[in-house]
Design a binder for this molecule. Sequence first.
Ligand SMILES: C[S@@+](CC[C@H](N)C(=O)[O-])C[C@H]1O[C@@H](n2cnc3c(N)ncnc32)[C@H](O)[C@@H]1O
Length: 225
Amino acid sequence: MTGRDNVLWLQCWRDRRTDFHQQTVNRLLTRFWPSLDLLPGSRVFVPLCGKSLDMVWLAGQGHDVIGVELSPIAVRAFFRENRLKPVRQQRGKFTLWRHGRFSILCGDYFSLTRSDLGQVDTVYDRAALTALPEDIRRRYVVQLKLIVPETAQVFLLTTEDAEEKESSGQAFGVAEEIKTLYSEAYEIALTHVESVFEIDPESPDHLPERTEYKVYRLSTRADSR
Ligand SMILES: C[S@@+](CC[C@H](N)C(=O)[O-])C[C@H]1O[C@@H](n2cnc3c(N)ncnc32)[C@H](O)[C@@H]1O
């Protein structure tokens, strides 16, 4: 991650350009998370968490949630909008905001260490990997392996442009990029694919395009431990 990327994200929050934020809990999360069969009380890491309501749902399932987020505006908004009064502590390069089941480390994901994060049983990634520029995504995965125990699974949601992939014969299956990034260290299970025709507001012709929403479950390969 470059300093410039961080400046752009901080500016997004200052300018309230946060279209990525979902006003409701992600329905693929609520539908497919229960199949992970996690123990109540297990701890979920939410990288690049923004002010996602998915964290509220996860806590409602009995999980302790630890997020990391660059923007203090996002972290403050998360607690305020959910009517929670957090306690703040400086922890090295991070500010830790805590209330009940929620802990959010405010700072740069790429500076996190395993001890900053503590125990993690599962990672929930929605619009974290895919929020990053393509050339930074490998670093994101390398960093994830460094800071999260090998026993942790990753529940990954992606949004893929199906039309672009169809021409290269990649639609419906595990995306090439996901294989390239994760297959060395993780077993990849594609749990669900959903095709939707959507209009991209940024496309010049405003014609509907086919998008695929995918749910992946990644577990560390025994031979990479
Ligand atoms: C596309 S948003 C997704 C937020 C959240 N996962 C959601 O589903 O709403 C990406 C978030 O990552 C944060 N972010 C970007 N780079 C980061 C970094 N290096 N460390 C921590 N947070 C970062 C941004 O501020 C932004 O809130």
